[in-house]
Design a binder for this molecule. Structure first.
Ligand SMILES: [Zn+2]
Length: 236
């Protein structure tokens, strides 16, 4: 009879390891959080790059406008100083044109200077975000390699333990005892058997009555812990 309990105890040792391995594999981080962080960084990088392109194109347009404005202005100035125009009305109209072009040029200059600063800042921001994305990509790659290796190790462990379990279960010939063990184990989600330690249940640590202890020593019937209900195993 104690042989059956001993066999059951061996089975439980395997079951405990098997549950631990299964819990460990379920708790592994598959990189979801890192992947989300990377996706966010890439989205931000795209937005920053688009903003930068827009500013660069605005800067280019303004520089072109400035160039054509300069040409226009110098053409008017040339006309004015060549002295060919004598009509006062025409002269004053050209002077007004030059003045207006000067004002527009000042505005353009101001905006161009502003855009230099904007482009510089946006370039820095985009470069920073690109570095963040690159770093995250590397971290994700490293993490996934580790995740895969850990998963593989645990799967191997589970396979080995499952094979050991099958061998161990074959040695528990008392099917009624086995089924009782499985029921209790399922209820507690850990163990179904408890080793007696110093007259106490080894799992819930509640002291066993002298009556139960005597029955255990007589070893004729299976005894269960009065407190937690686990099958008791007294090692000889
Ligand atoms: Zn107990």
């Amino acid at each position: 009879m104690n042989t059956q309990l001993k066999a059951l105890y061996e089975l439980q040792q395997i079951d405990v390891q098997l549950s631990a391995a299964q819990r460990a594999i379920a708790a592994l981080d598959d990189g979801t959080k890192l992947r989300q962080q990377l996706a966010l960084a890439e989205k931000q990088l795209t937005a920053l790059t688009e903003q930068l392109k827009k500013s660069q194109s605005e800067l280019q347009d303004n520089e072109l406008n400035l160039k054509s404005l300069e040409t226009k202005k110098s053409d008017f100035e040339k006309k004015l100083y060549e002295g060919k125009i004598v009509n006062p009305k025409e002269l004053s109209s050209i002077e007004k044109e030059i003045e207006a072009l000067g004002k527009t040029r000042a505005k353009l200059d101001e905006r161009i200077l502003e855009l230099y600063d904007i482009v510089e800042k946006q370039q820095t921001d985009a470069a920073k975000m690109e570095a963040v994305a690159t770093q995250l990509k590397k971290r994700l790659t490293d993490h996934l390699a580790q995740y895969q290796s850990k998963t593989k190790d645990l799967q191997k462990q589970i396979e080995t333990l499952t094979a050991s379990r099958q061998a161990a279960i074959a040695t528990v010939t008392d099917r009624q005892l086995l089924s009782k063990y499985e029921t209790i184990r399922a209820r507690y989600k850990d163990t179904g058997l408890s080793k007696v330690e110093n007259g106490k249940c080894g799992v819930c640590h509640v002291g066993l009555t002298s009556y139960t202890q005597r029955l255990l020593k007589e070893n004729e019937q299976y005894q269960t812990c009065e407190s937690c209900g686990r099958i008791l195993f007294l090692e000889e």
